[in-house]
Design a protein around this ligand. Structure first.
Ligand code: GLN
Length: 561
């Protein structure tokens, strides 16, 4: 069956963080614009089975799929750029490969053979790659890490072998490199790219197309030079100039002829690409006429990567409102230390995102209280909802010391708690509610106005739940459920009516937002932020300058991948 599927492999060289994930996603988008169906796979060379247990400081956000898989943040790019339906099969790690091989060995499936990296590990990798095919036109496979890393060697060996297994024109190797610009001599240097391609050839892979990241436009001469040294044709050297907005990448690749070249080399006949949707979106991005500032109160304050999807969801909700969203990260621990002074004076909304661990919790509670009392739009996501509930219980319902049992086991009012069946489980991963769950929206709620439908599906990643014992006393004071699990037992959304916009949700809506299909909660929240801003009479001239600057800093992916 896989014979009919064409494969595109993406490797990276020179250094990490060049944007392999984005490139893979953008190529996926272009293939879809040509009417092809796509799927994507991220192969991560680390030994963890999944990134669920990794520190987001180091690895960036954990992206959660419908099936509950905790995956690499690049899968977030894949979902935002394409319509591919991703499951846990779309993120493969060295840990998973070894786990499977060792289990097979224990079951005696290798019939007495000495189990080795080649062929057993590589065969397992190849089998996983092939299993993707499943009727899809194009499977795009991103090899994590940088060529030359010890860890990624088995993956490179596996994709090398696939050229012989699948046939020359059924797969394509694309290599992403960097062309550094030397200010002193005013030159773009090609040597790192030459070395990177050399390293790739040493493991037996001759790239078909090079994507070269560059700060500035490169001349035909530079392309010819790279082509000569790297054994490709000049038109197979794609210049990936820095862009203001990541969603411009598909259009830039197209201008450089990348999708045309790819389909030619893969010998696929497609219609001419239809790029109108992307073009319209970029036009809208470039003509944003308003702006708001959202104060994001969290622990990993200066690391934007750990809130990647959140940033993108805010951006998309902003574009929907013709508004640039500035983010102001506010460290919750410093709120605890210094108290609330002027930190929220320049924000038009407060958002407390998801999080784990007790550090900075009281500062987040202070932020929720401040938003509630000062009628500033408040959006609490997962932990942010739990925080808002604890704050409301303490300060409105008179439940002194109310808390989540995650932070205070002795609290007299465990308004957020583990469910009975979770208590017995000791394995940390085992207690998480992960992946998509239906949520039934409560009639006559603000949530219903926002969603416009009674049943929605949202993704979860948490252990603790609203303790429904406290539903009634809180509802009496105005904090009411806006969404419940279908059996009515779990609270999925809480909303406070006596406030312009005060909503907390137990799920992560940011995982379902797409640039061209922004999430209704984000659209509505940002509208409220705009209203708040208008009412408070703030505005800045020269919005456009700021728009360009902000998006330019965002366009540089700073995460390895
Ligand atoms: N720590 C909280 C819980 O486990 C919230 C998790 C989150 O925000 N994703 O329930």
């Amino acid at each position: 069956m896989y014979k009919s599927t064409k494969f595109i492999f993406i490797t990276g060289g020179v250094l990490s963080s060049l944007g392999k994930g984005l490139s893979a996603a953008a190529i996926g988008a272009l293939m879809e614009c040509r009417g092809l169906t796509v799927t994507l796979l991220k192969m991560d060379p680390y030994i963890n089975v999944d990134p669920g247990t990794m520190n987001p400081f180091q690895h960036g956000e954990v992206f959660v799929l419908d099936d509950g898989a905790e995956t690499d943040l690049d899968l977030g790019h894949y979902e935002r750029f394409t319509h591919a339906v991703l499951t846990r099969k779309n993120n493969l790690t060295t840990g998973q490969v070894y786990d499977t091989v060792i289990q097979k060995e224990r079951r005696g499936e290798y019939l007495g053979a000495t189990v080795q990296v080649i062929p057993h590990i590589t065969d397992e990798i190849k089998a996983r790659i092939r299993s993707l095919a499943n009727g899809t036109d194009v499977a795009i496979v991103e090899v994590g890490g940088t060529v030359g890393d010890i860890e990624s060697l088995p993956f490179l060996e596996a994709i090398r072998q696939l050229r012989a297994d699948l046939g020359h024109e059924n797969l394509l190797y694309i290599h992403l490199t960097l062309l550094p610009y030397l200010k002193g001599s005013g030159e773009v240097k090609t040597k790192p790219t030459q070395h990177s391609v050399k390293a790739l050839r040493e493991v037996g892979i001759q790239p078909d197309i090079l994507i070269c990241r560059t700060e500035r436009r490169i001349s035909r001469d530079v392309k010819e030079k790279i082509a000569l040294f790297c054994n490709v044709r000049p038109e197979e050297v794609i210049a990936a100039e820095d862009v203001d907005c990541i969603y411009e990448v598909p259009l830039k690749f197209h201008e450089e002829g990348l999708d045309q070249k790819a389909v030619e080399l893969l010998n696929i006949w497609t219609r001419a690409p239809r790029l109108e949707e992307w073009e319209t979106f970029i036009r809208r991005v470039k003509s944003l006429s308003r702006q708001v500032t959202v104060g994001v109160v969290g622990k990993y304050v200066d690391l934007r990567e750990s809130y990647k999807s959140l940033n993108e969801a805010l951006f998309a909700g902003g574009v929907h409102n013709e508004t640039l969203v500035n983010l102001k990260f506010i460290d919750s621990e410093s709120l605890e230390k210094d108290g609330i002074r002027d930190q929220f004076d320049d924000v038009d909304g407060i958002l407390v995102p998801g999080g784990f661990g007790s550090r900075g919790i009281e500062g987040k509670i202070m932020a929720a209280q401040y938003a509630r009392e000062n009628l500033i739009p408040y959006f609490g996501i997962c932990l942010g909802m739990q925080i808002a509930v604890a704050e409301f219980a303490r300060n409105v319902c008179g439940m002194k010391g109310a808390n989540s049992t995650e932070f205070d086991l002795e609290t007299p009012y465990p308004v957020i708690d583990l469910m009975e069946h979770q208590r017995a489980i000791t394995d940390k991963g085992g207690t998480m509610r992960l992946g998509a769950y239906d949520c039934v929206i409560v009639p006559e709620s603000r949530s219903l106005d926002i969603y416009g439908k009674r049943t929605v599906s949202e993704r979860h990643r948490h252990r603790y739940e609203f303790n429904s014992r406290y539903l009634e006393p809180m509802a009496q004071k105005g904090l009411k459920p806006g969404g419940l699990s279908p059996d009515g037992k779990l609270v999925e959304i809480m909303e406070y009516a006596d406030h312009p916009w005060f909503i907390g949700c137990q799920f992560h809506p940011e995982f379902k937002s797409r640039p061209m299909d922004p999430h209704p909660l984000f659209c509505s929240y940002l509208k409220a932020c705009l209203d708040y801003r208008a009412a408070s009479g703030k505005d800045h001239p020269r919005v456009q300058d700021k728009v360009r600057k902000i998006r330019a800093t965002d366009a540089q992916p700073s995460h390895a991948g």
